[in-house]
Design a protein around this ligand. Structure first.
Ligand code: SUG
Length: 455
């Protein structure tokens, strides 16, 4: 059966800002306090979605979340012991006593939908359904509050239980820290055929004596990756677990998708990406049982520092629509790859070689990049066969009309400046709710947000 890889991008939310919330993510720390432009951020994301849809890729949209997250603020007691405080009182209490907690509850971080969930296509799973596990994002408070809404949203888009299975997030504790598809890549000969699911973790959650980074946190644990493989009913002959090189985590590679990207039979990665890299690549090759191409970039060509600065590996590696085999690929990279002379020189060299990557497409995603989110962070891949694609909520799939409606929606609801002084603005909640209410109609999602169910 024919199958495609759809990309569901997170639509940037109205409160996009730079609060320096992600220790270990160098861009987030560096840009703390910079004035953000939520409108531009959302439009840049939409442009990427539209460009891919125009090229014939299946492109979906994942809506942002309610921010400030009132369920979180209420759960933390800002509504008082009887929970009776109004929304305005809750917001004022949180800002007055814990501004950092409040800015976490305001973060638009659900835009990086590579962290929304891990998805296994039906060709790999025991029950022949597409399996979704939302990521608990336990390592950062501002991200740990995403999965409840993510789960509701995914269920609204992939609703048919005949085709789609939804698991709850893993237990929210450091030992089962899970960051979703940012640490999961699937390799295959052809979409629709059984493939190899490649899980990359930063450290063991329980074996504290095992190798681990020393400076920055390892967000994904081996135990979390293994639990997901079990939940999704994956055959161990089609699964490879590997550990990220702890040294690159300490150099700012806070997710595997900052140092490696895979698609079809190709893995594009840095030579220092994994511990025991030769063994890892040999295992993938053996389990794939067909041609496997690893394009390993040497530190001489691109240093880890340049990889982190340019997000070369946070690119989208895409099989061009209509390609006969998975060997006709396009690499969508952020503008920062062109402005880094060494990375750009490497990409020219790559294009001159005979590899499956035949084209490099550059996109400006600067607003997201400043928070450490490149092209691959913004998208969740969902491989779907024809019947499954037909079961997806069609109003979430990008086309000319949806692009026009969403750009008009952004123009209407979004601010074009968001600095530290705006964090405490009590009007944000109302603005966000109005925008989301309208969005649920555009995307035909039904009342997926708690505030829509209150009255
Ligand atoms: O979790 N940044 C995100 C970036 C996520 C990138 N995702 C992938 N690599 N897949 C994070 O660190 C920064 C928010 C702030 O500082 O305001 C932030 O959450």
């Amino acid at each position: 059966m024919r199958a495609v890889e759809a990309n569901f991008d997170g639509l940037v939310g109205p409160t996009h800002n730079y609060s320096g919330l992600s220790f270990g993510n160098i861009a987030s720390a560096k840009n703390q306090g910079v004035v953000a432009n939520p409108k531009l951020a959302a439009l840049q994301g939409l442009k990427k979605m539209k460009a891919l849809a125009d090229m014939g890729f299946i492109q979906g949209v994942l809506p942002p979340q309610e921010r400030p997250c009132m369920t979180t603020l209420r759960a933390l007691g800002y509504a008082g012991s009887n929970g009776g405080g109004t929304d305005g009182e809750v917001i004022r209490a949180a800002i007055a006593s814990d501004p950092l907690v409040y800015s976490s509850a305001l973060s638009a971080s659900s835009m990086w939908s590579a962290n929304a969930a891990t998805v296994s296509p039906s060709a790999d799973t025991a029950d022949g359904r597409v399996h979704f596990t939302p990521a608990n994002l336990n390592n950062k408070f501002h991200r740990s509050i995403e999965h409840t809404q993510t789960s509701r949203t995914l269920r609204a888009i992939f609703a048919d239980e005949k085709h789609f299975a939804h698991h709850p997030a893993l237990p929210g504790c450091p030992q089962f820290g899970d960051e979703g598809a940012a640490n999961h890549t699937r390799l295959c000969r052809q979409y629709g055929e059984r493939g190899v699911e490649f899980f990359v973790y930063g450290a063991s959650g329980f074996d504290t004596a095992a190798p681990k980074p020393l400076k920055f946190p390892a967000r994904q644990t081996r135990e979390a990756s293994q639990a997901i493989a079990r939940l999704h009913g994956l055959d161990e002959k089609g699964v490879v677990f590997a550990q990220q090189n702890p040294q690159v985590i300490d150099a700012g590679v806070f997710h595997n998708d900052v140092i490696a990207v895979g698609n079809g039979h190709v893995l594009f990665c840095h030579e220092l990406a994994f511990r025991k890299q030769p063994e890892v690549l040999a295992e993938i090759s053996a389990k794939l049982a067909s041609e496997f191409v690893a394009i390993e970039v040497s530190a001489d060509d691109v240093s880890v520092e340049d990889a982190v600065q340019s997000y070369l590996f946070n690119s989208q590696l895409l099989t061009r629509p209509g390609a006969q085999m998975s060997g006709d690929m396009l690499l969508l990279v952020p503008e920062e790859c062109r402005s880094n002379a060494r990375v750009w020189a490497y990409l020219q060299k790559l294009l001159a070689q005979k590899t499956p990557i035949g084209e490099v497409l550059v996109m400006d995603l600067r607003e997201s990049m400043r928070n450490g989110g490149g092209p691959a962070c913004l998208r969740l891949r969902v491989e779907l066969n024809e019947q499954e694609l037909a079961a997806v909520n069609p109003a979430t799939l990008m086309n000319e009309a949806l692009y026009r409606r969403l750009t008009a929606w952004v123009e209407k609801h979004y601010r074009d400046q968001f600095g530290e002084g705006d964090l405490g603005d009590p009007a944000l909640l109302t603005e966000c709710r109005h925008a989301l209410d309208e969005l649920t109609q555009i995307l035909a999602l039904g009342p997926v947000y708690p505030f829509q169910r209150q009255s």
